[in-house]
Design a protein around this ligand. Structure first.
Ligand SMILES: Cc1ncc(COP(=O)(O)O)c(C=O)c1O
Length: 390
């Protein structure tokens, strides 16, 4: 029997909160107020409370959240930003939008995020900011990174696009660095029904600058103190996000349950995600490594299981960044992961039956193709006990 297990499903999200979301949309329509109004203000306040930060500034996307944070720091031409190549390319596009250049650091082979031990050797006189990307829902080793950043007097901007609700030693992602940048792309752990993003910060002056930059650089209407852009989180999306925010902890808890179920069923055949014991992974994506990733993906598609690769080509080897002169072999850990990784269906509304079906089919493929099995010493199923979920 073939069971259809899509990679994601936003319709079930809507159905599960239909009353709240319909109410939010209706409220905005009836208000006749669509840009920079009370819904945005209310969402920014509740999201700041959720994160435990002083300020949140809503904007139009995660890409622009990163851009705005960098622009607020004055990053521009001639500057370099330290970042990983194993990320969604928009992290890098946002750096390019400022006129600065990305300088790439390799990842940790177990957690897939920035290998902090490789950061210092990449710092130059041009380095202006470090961007840790909390990829797949797991945070970078923030203690070590913040210590290094302080030593070199460099600000840190967390890319939290995939990690809303993740924590490191109890602190929320986006509350540790000088800035956090969030994406509310629909499939994210907190997703809008359209595009959206936000910047978090504890810095008052930077907050005031961000508020200007997202609104044409205006300090007040028609008075432009900075060169800004148009990047606003509209009232409809703000209201929809506010309606969903109270559900995020339960959704993240369910993501972790699904991850636990997958890992228990698969750890003897493929490399399953490893959790840093200091952090709570919120599984925006559940990523395994197989020795025949492409064969597995094709097989799962035939069995009705949707999968994706996050990401097939690392940023340093993308055509758009060829001018930077990176070549194959420059980031060996990133490049090896790129060949083996596959993201299995992961969203809170998945049923146990669907998860068990995916497990069964991943097992079937690897049992029929022993050469595809990949359990290299590292693949132990480590799940820190009962961490609280945000
Ligand atoms: C790690 C990361 N950074 C940045 C972005 C960009 O966010 P958005 O699509 O909202 O512009 C994404 C989204 O794909 C992402 O996953």
């Amino acid at each position: 029997m073939v069971l259809n297990v899509p990679f994601g499903d936003m319709k079930v999200r809507y159905e599960s909160l239909k009353k709240e979301i319909d109410g939010a949309v209706q409220r905005v329509l009836n208000s006749g107020y669509f840009i920079l109004g009370p819904e945005l203000e209310a969402f920014e306040k509740s999201f700041a409370e959720y994160l435990g930060v002083n300020h949140v500034v809503g904007c139009a996307s995660g890409t622009e959240a990163i851009y705005l944070a960098l622009a607020a720091m004055g990053v521009g031409p001639g500057d370099e930003v330290l970042v990983v190549a194993h990320t969604a390319v928009p992290t890098i596009s946002a750096i390019s939008m400022t006129g600065a250049e990305p300088a790439f650091v390799d990842i940790d082979p177990l957690t897939y995020v920035m290998d902090v031990s490789k950061v210092e050797e990449k710092i130059t006189a041009k380095t202006k900011v470090i961007i840790p990307v909390h990829l797949y829902g797991q945070m970078v080793n923030m203690d070590e990174l913040m210590e290094l950043a302080a030593k070199h007097k460099l600000p840190v901007m967390e890319d939290v696009a995939q990690a809303t609700g993740a924590t490191y030693k109890g602190k929320m992602a986006g509350s540790i660095g000088e800035f956090g940048a969030f994406s509310f792309y629909p499939s994210k752990n907190l997703g809008a029904f359209g595009d959206g993003g936000a910047v978090s910060t504890n810095l008052k002056e930077a907050y005031q600058k961000l508020v200007m930059l997202r609104n044409y650089g205006q300090s007040k209407r028609y008075y432009h103190d900075s060169i800004g852009i148009n990047s606003r989180l509209d009232e409809m999306q703000a209201a929809i996000l506010a309606a969903q925010l109270p559900s995020v902890p339960a959704w993240n808890k369910r993501r972790r349950e699904i991850a636990d179920r997958y890992s228990s069923g698969l750890a003897d055949l493929v490399i399953v995600p490893q959790e840093d014991s200091n952090s709570v992974h919120v599984y925006h994506l559940y990523v395994i490594q197989s020795n025949d990733r492409d064969g597995l993906q094709k097989y799962l598609a035939e069995k009705g299981v949707g999968t994706l690769i996050h990401y097939p080509v690392p940023a340093h080897l993308q055509k758009a960044y060829a001018y930077r002169g990176y070549k194959v072999g420059d980031l060996p850990v990133t490049e090896l992961a790129t060949k083996r990784i596959l993201s299995l269906p992961m969203f809170p509304e998945l049923t146990d039956e669907q998860v068990d079906y995916v497990i069964q089919e991943v097992r079937n493929f690897h049992l029929k193709n022993p050469g595809a099995q990949l359990v290299e010493g590292a693949s132990k199923h480590v799940f820190p006990a009962a961490n609280p979920v945000h």
